[in-house]
Design a protein around this ligand. Sequence first.
Ligand SMILES: NC(=O)c1ccc[n+]([C@@H]2O[C@H](COP(=O)([O-])OP(=O)(O)OC[C@H]3O[C@@H](n4cnc5c(N)ncnc54)[C@H](O)[C@@H]3O)[C@@H](O)[C@H]2O)c1
Ligand SMILES: [Zn+2]
Ligand SMILES: [Zn+2]
Length: 347
Amino acid sequence: MRAVVFERYGEPAEVREVADPEPAAHGVVVRVEATGLCRSDWHGWQGHDPDIRLPHVPGHELAGVVEAAGARVTGWRAGDRVTVPFVCACGSCPACAAGDQQVCERQTQPGFTHWGSFAQYVALDHADVNLVAVPDGMSFATAASLGCRFATAYRAVVQRGRVAAGEWLAVHGCGGVGLSAVMIAAASGARVVAVDVSPRALDLARRFGAAECVDAAAVEDTAGAVRDLTGGGAHLSLDALGSPATCAASVNGLRRRGRHIQVGLLPSATGMTSVPMARAVALELELLGSHGMAAHTYPPMLELVRAGVLRPDLLVTSAIGLDAVPSALAAMGTAAGAGVTVIEPWN
Ligand SMILES: NC(=O)c1ccc[n+]([C@@H]2O[C@H](COP(=O)([O-])OP(=O)(O)OC[C@H]3O[C@@H](n4cnc5c(N)ncnc54)[C@H](O)[C@@H]3O)[C@@H](O)[C@H]2O)c1
Ligand SMILES: [Zn+2]
Ligand SMILES: [Zn+2]
């Protein structure tokens, strides 16, 4: 099969022929029809993920068709249209038993713990625990975002953030995760302040329901701007980029007893960043992390998509083939795109 491969962190990836994957007894091989370019793929390529072994094939946000199923798989067979949460759970550890597959103790992740979906085929583990049927009529390009960023945003806003109608929600970083969060929060009746450095990203945020926008490239104190626009601070705020500046701005833009959700990855030598903890204490803030979303919690989100309340299809702004991936990955280090880029490995 053809796949995007990198041999060293941060050095150009290339497209080459590699062996087709085989399904594990509990797993499947999926023919990849669409796979999103998520900033986590860029983090992996930069060497920020300790699970990656070189050479490596990135890609974790995908949808496609089951090509082959292992002998112990009971719920899926060749021809099924599927997507998968990028956190593939084991189904049997204490976290899985508690229903928290998104933080499984023995999780695997395509594109991180093993070769991923920037390829014509990808192997996925524990298919009966993890696969999600793509509803009839939903395109693969739309379904791919349900594998990572749209679902991640849904969990962050709804499940972790407990968003309520009438609340103010701030989103710092309006890319794939952030725009999904804007759309989901607006559909929940929240009033959204979108923050980004890219005017194109802010235009999309407004289109997806943001009531207010802050251009972080033009405003020195983005947290102050958020507090001004929200009558004292947001009830709920997401760092949907992952940087010391956006993390701090998210926390500093909250009102008393507000909730901060960290979704963006914060790579550093220690994996830590300085958080305004004095404010967290004095205002009794909640500081929460959010990681993917468990497959068994997808049905309410899928129902909102089916009903047309949520429109992940609108997030897709460009489609590319495998050959364009190396340069698209490299471009994430500098230029800010707008919306979601989907890769179609057979085109
Ligand atoms: N926790 C999880 O489960 C999970 C899942 C998916 C992605 N992620 C992480 O979420 C983050 C976002 O991923 P993505 O694919 O949506 O990224 P993206 O590249 O699509 O979007 C990032 C956005 O941030 C904006 N931005 C840049 N600098 C900014 C600043 N100073 N202030 C405000 N906005 C700024 C960019 O213009 C862009 O619109 C990444 O760190 C990714 O690794 C985490
Ligand atoms: Zn992702
Ligand atoms: Zn588990």
